[in-house]
Design a protein around this ligand. Sequence first.
Ligand code: 5GP
Length: 192
Amino acid sequence: MEVLEERIKKDGIVKPGNVLKVDSFLNHQMDPFLFKEMGKEWKARFHGTNISKILTIEASGIGIACVAALCFGLPVVFAKKSIDVPLDDSVYTTKVDSFTKNKCFDVSVSKKYLKEGDKVLIIDDFLANGCAVYGLKDLIEQAGAELVGVGIVIEKGFQEGGKKIREDGIRLESLAIIDSMDPDTGEIKFRH
Ligand code: 5GP
């Protein structure tokens, strides 16, 4: 998606450790006009598929998924990274390793909002090793719902997640795929 690639080139800051900072439009300040274009792009790419719900993970996925959900005309649910997961059986829970924070979170979603029969599109900001996507997939499976596909804003193509997801036969639509990024020069190369 050209407008997104241009924005990443203009505002993205490449940090050591394979981390890209895009705080000016995605992860801190948010550009809802760009989010709307992204939502329309996913809507076009997933045209013809049967989706009943969008699922994301807090925190940065929420704004993106919410605007995308407006484009799809669907509800959106976010999985909570909570330290106090209820001990009763009212939620589905799984564990996710955080790429940027280097720790493992319990992630949960209420059984009220993810159910058998739901056809789910996962939306998230970044794809690195795929832990967040596979955590969400686990919650979908626990609920007996169906994973229809995954929409990602920025896939770091030089990390494992994208390859794994595609090899598992899961439909993955990344709006920008980065092939390489250099923290010394700041250069970012995209895959087309
Ligand atoms: P994964 O679970 O695929 O290893 O990593 C994806 C998650 O880690 C995303 O939800 C995102 O929040 C965070 N993440 C991974 N890589 C980056 C990055 O380069 N920049 C930012 N801002 N977040 C990242």
